[in-house]
Design a protein around this ligand. Structure first.
Ligand SMILES: [Zn+2]
Length: 355
């Protein structure tokens, strides 16, 4: 993610992260490389097969191992040598039951994961020549479901590092509804604050501090239950948490966190001094939602928060992120078109923190 005020530094040593998973598989770092790696649907199918069965195909029906039969005209289907049953490559992934060619899914993953601001459904539809806007919209939303690791851990928990937590109103779509009508949604945010090594180029204003990983979740209100609940789902216990002096955060100590509340946070200079990183994240998030997506509906905001988080946390490794996205997307279920529109689909959040 192009975090303003965050440039000119070397990529820090990655921690945990999925960027090294499937390390044997290459990932494209340019459009020509993409074309070389994925010239057609068959090449995409081969890649997807390696992502899903790194140690060789295992039949989901009879557990038989060994090379499956392949049908040249249907690259997405593997046939077990023993029981002869067919397994779809995309079954159990966000691509399941899609009529869209695998190569289009791969383009989408590449563009969403590696391009600094991602892309809107309109841009995506245009770039790939997709006939219907709804198809482009749905592909991007399915990929967003693949942007939250099912086993996502909590941030923080490291010595010499604290986490800033704050909540803020993030604007929804306002066009065409007249003046004064808005659908702002309350969003809670937690971000790791790291320190540059002494001797490296430093931004004096931020005193060498920069953002580590972030967690973002829609929250129903500013109550202690909601905000402390968010922290419990998103941040490892024992972490030093810095917030403003809002009463919703006073229970953090009782819940096993170190807590430092900054008084008089209405003062912009105080904010800049003590909570600089989280305000940078909120500013970037708002700019992105307006600039790329022209605002999003409250119903789907969490999905966009997930996309922002996915790219932000991998912003030093945008190309690995393509492989990560396909890897995660191969393990999770995505909303159907009907679920997306009916509101029956709950966009995943960090560790179920919002209940
Ligand atoms: Zn079998």
């Amino acid at each position: 993610m192009g975090l303003k005020g965050d440039s000119g530094m070397n990529a820090p040593t990655p921690i945990l992260m999925d960027i090294d998973q499937h390390a044997a598989l290459p990932f494209p770092q340019s459009l020509p490389e993409f074309q070389r790696l994925f010239p057609d649907d068959a090449a995409c199918a081969e890649y997807l097969e390696k992502l899903r069965w790194g140690d060789g195909f295992v039949c989901p029906y009879c557990d038989a191992t060994g090379e499956p039969f392949r049908i040249a005209t249907r690259p997405g289907v593997l046939t077990c040598r023993k029981c002869r049953r067919q397994t779809g490559l995309t079954v159990g992934t966000v691509m399941e039951r899609s009529h869209t060619p695998l190569s289009t899914w791969f383009w989408a993953s590449y563009l969403v994961a590696s391009q600094t601001p991602g892309m809107s459904a309109v841009q995506f539809q245009r770039q790939l020549g997709i006939a219907r806007y709804e198809t482009a919209f749905q592909i991007l939303h399915k990929l967003r479901a693949g942007m939250v690791r099912p086993d996502q851990d909590r941030i923080g928990g490291r010595a010499n590092e604290h986490v800033e937590v704050d909540e803020g109103w993030v604007g929804g779509r306002t066009r065409g509804e007249g003046r004064g009508i808005h659908h702002k949604v309350l969003v809670a945010c937690a971000v790791e604050v790291r320190h540059r090594k002494p001797g490296t180029a430093q931004d004096k204003r931020k005193d060498g501090r920069y953002a580590g990983r972030v967690r973002l979740a829609v929250t129903v209100d500013r109550s202690a239950k909601s905000l402390c609940g968010f922290v419990e789902g998103a941040v490892a216990p024992g972490t030093l948490i810095v917030t403003d002096d809002w009463s919703g955060y006073t229970g953090l100590r009782m819940r096993g966190y170190e807590h430092h509340a900054i008084a008089e946070c209405g003062d912009p200079e105080v904010t800049e001094e003590f909570l600089p990183i989280i305000h940078l994240v909120f500013a970037n998030l708002k700019t992105w939602l307006i600039g790329i997506h022209h605002g999003v509906s409250a119903q789907h905001l969490q999905a966009y928060l997930n996309e922002f988080t996915f790219r932000f946390n991998r912003r030093f490794y945008p190309f690995n992120a393509f492989r990560s996205l396909l890897g995660i997307a191969g393990e999770v279920r995505a909303p159907t078109y009907a679920e997306l529109y009916s509101g029956d689909w709950a966009h995943p959040t960090c560790s179920g923190c919002m209940g």
